[in-house]
Design a protein around this ligand. Sequence first.
Ligand code: OSB
Ligand code: MG
Length: 371
Amino acid sequence: MIRLQAVQMREIHLPLIHRFETSFGATSTRRIILLTVFSGEDAGYGECTAGEDPLYNSETTETAWHILADFAIPWLLGKELDQASDAARILSPIRGNRMARAALETALWDLEARQRGMPLSRLIGGERREIPCGVSIGIQPSVEALLAKVRHEVSDGYRRVKIKIKPGWETEPLRAIRSEFPDLPLMADANSAFQLSDLPLLRRLDEFGLMMIEQPLAHDDIVDHAVLQKQLQTPVCLDESICSAEDARKAVELGSCRIINVKLGRVGGFHEARLINDYCSRCGIPLWCGGMLESGIGRAHNIAMSTLSGFTLPGDVSASKRYYAEDTVKPPVTVTPSGTILVPESPGIGFAPDPDRIERATVRRREFNFK
Ligand code: OSB
Ligand code: MG
């Protein structure tokens, strides 16, 4: 049983080694909310994946701070929960704001796993002991710069490469990668930068034999994606459009995608992620774990989610050092020479938060205590 006696909330600023550019904008420093939840002697850790600006979805670091501090944490503080999954139910009256809810929900799952002395991956019902890893490469200043990045990631052993695309940065970069790496598992993520009227261009991308094209059309669309999927050989993968198991069901029934990217934050945490896993396993839709430039704590939660049976494709779960010189966990997340991450066997997320590093990166904090 969990009795939520206290919550520590902080915002940290973490500089990225390289700016990360997508079709919607660029980031150089992540503003990340970290939560520590306490029950008796046990603690659990969570990370909020909201972006700095409302450009990926409607949430931001600031909106998540508000929802957590003024609603989600007060609703749960002092409550007794039989298990962490009850938190998702209690928070469910909150509309949207799933990244804020997930930060708290995932911290409680870590806490429950530590209480029970088991790895988080096992508590959620995960099966894999090793997960296959892919990388996401942001938009680059030139095709030559992109090729240099791809060579580097391939030589590090990563199992698939995803590049970010936008109108004007798709055909040429993909053609260049394909001519040097004809057999590389390759995919492209548009983050909603195209429209159905771009169909002729998107059809021409079929020649590159991509594993999938991710979220080509509007962030909240499943109707146009269904029209598009029927005209493409390349599988469509949805990211932004899928915020719940119900969204997944509707997209699959409509034929809007053949693959789904699950992000813990976007769907509100492990409870919803498991429902998506169960539904998609039943209907044969492959899943993979997406990333939001997480620091080690969020990355550790992603590793746990990736052990669920339906997560059969390499995810955007890669080594900490690709993004951060100093991570929030010590030792940082590393990848084997064969492009996998070994799932930790120790209790909870299985990575130790680095209190000194976290303290140095902290720009604001708030504490909640139940008396
Ligand atoms: O769409 O997958 C995305 C990063 C920020 C916002 C959206 C996305 C991404 C990534 C990064 O692709 C993946 C990672 O964390 O390695
Ligand atoms: Mg994406």
